[in-house]
Design a protein around this ligand. Structure first.
Ligand code: NZQ
Ligand code: ZN
Length: 388
């Protein structure tokens, strides 16, 4: 196992009927900005309930944060923070609203050109770069990204998606009520299952470093998703199934399973280009790219693929190659069983568009991907062509 530092200050409030906790968690004298998305949280009545829980605090709303939140929208919110003297933000939404809120918190009082905050990539933004960061909490409405308990965000600008990472942007708290997610359309639940699955494999199917706790936690998340995935789509109000999805999503990307182990993230980086170019949902891009990565990277990932075949899918017979083939087939079938196609062609993308995706990876500096940093744009192109 590698050396590691682990830090995660986010308080989690989990379960039914916990909204009243907001009154204790949000500073009593705060002037609060509630951020939300395109309207689902208004329509369901959640925003009204959140307002009621905040009692007499002075509240401003900023709605309209779109999926794959855009820089321009977030800068408008940052202006509201400044003009209205906001000192606490409450994000009510999925990954896009929470990621967007993290950026608003960084950008609101940033002295320079806020576009510079998009240039850090995986380097962490520190208090030397941004002195005054607005604190925030979240009410999660979509289990998928883990953004409710991590410090990262992904911001869309121009034709790219930019990771923004900072220890300054951990939520102070996140309220996770599975009931709030009952209103999700089936496709968003499926997206969330795939996103959680791939967050886990990005930190697990790499190469072994004898990290037994992390491996078994990752296997626990993957097995949970396989057990409850279809159930929670078919029975959206089955509380237990949904509660297990919500906690799996948070655990997959709050840092715990990733400590002391190699990490891949190639599927995400390639997937981000597909979203940026064609607007396909994040979860769907991952379902397209990952089975192809497993096929093309089977040599580099051999030992962990065999462990995955054995411990997650209980494949115990056949040659090693047959075991890996079957594990890949089962992974693809699992995504398809959730209603998510795993081929680029199924999304109306034609083969002639694929080279432009590899070019975009190059333009965004994504030229050394994976746990071995050896996936060049040429290999990414092969992965994408194999995913067609
Ligand atoms: O905008 P509204 O009207 O609220 O509708 C949203 C949106 O259309 C809807 N929705 C959310 N909660 C709902 C609901 N509809 C009904 N009932 C509810 N309870 O769902 C749609 C998608 O929402 P979005 O927030 O975009 O989805 P998700 O949570 O999957 O977030 C995706 C974004 O997160 C980034 C992705 O790149 C993408 O931009 N990621 C963030 C990560 C992180 N911060 O660590 C890691 C991830 O890998 C990912 O890259
Ligand atoms: Zn993801």
């Amino acid at each position: 196992m590698y050396n590691f530092d682990f830090y995660n200050p986010t308080r989690i409030i989990f379960g039914r009927d916990r909204l009243d906790t907001l009154d204790k968690l949000v500073p009593a004298a705060a002037r609060v900005l509630i951020t939300f998305g395109g309207g689902s949280a208004k329509k369901s009545g959640l925003i009204e309930k959140v307002r009621a829980s905040l009692g007499n605090r002075s509240i401003v709303e900023f709605g309209g944060i779109e999926p794959n939140p855009r820089y321009e929208t977030l800068m408008k919110a940052a202006e509201v923070v400044r003009n209205e003297g906001i000192d606490f933000i409450l994000a009510v939404g999925g990954g896009s609203v929470i990621d967007g809120t993290k950026f608003i918190c960084l950008a609101a009082h940033f002295k320079g050109d806020a576009r510079d905050l998009l240039k850090f990539g995986f380097a962490r933004i520190t208090s030397k770069t941004v002195e005054n960061v607005v604190p925030f909490g979240t009410v999660l409405t979509l289990p998928a990204t883990g953004s409710e308990m991590n410090s990262g965000g992904v911001i869309s600008y121009d034709h790219g998606k930019y990771p923004v990472m900072s220890e300054l942007t951990y939520p102070k708290f996140s309220l996770l009520d599975p009931v709030v997610t009952f209103t999700l359309p089936k496709i968003q639940v499926a997206n969330g299952i795939v996103d959680t699955f791939i967050h886990t494999t990005e930190q697990y199917i790499t190469f072994p470093v004898d990290a037994r706790v992390q491996d078994r936690m990752a296997e626990g998340i993957l097995q949970t998703l396989i057990e409850i995935g279809k159930i929670t789509i078919d029975e959206p109000e089955n509380y237990d199934a949904r509660a297990n999805l919500v906690w799996s999503a948070t655990m997959a990307l709050n840092g715990i399973i990733g400590v002391g182990v190699p990490q891949d993230w190639a599927t995400h980086m390639i997937g981000h280009e597909i979203t940026a170019m064609f607007g396909i949902d994040h979860g769907q891009t991952l379902a397209i790219v990952y089975p192809s990565i497993m096929e093309i990277r089977r040599t580099q990932k051999r030992e962990k693929l065999l462990q995955y075949a054995d411990r997650v899918w209980h494949i115990t017979t056949g040659s090693d190659d047959e075991k890996i083939d079957l594990a890949i087939k089962k992974t693809r079938e699992f995504f398809e069983s959730l209603g998510i196609s795993t081929r680029l062609s199924a999304y109306g993308i034609t083969a002639d568009k694929i080279p432009a995706l590899a070019e975009q990876l190059k333009a965004h500096g994504m030229t050394k991907l994976s746990e071995h940093q050896d996936i060049t744009p040429e290999i990414s192109l092969k992965i994408l062509q194999n995913a067609f």
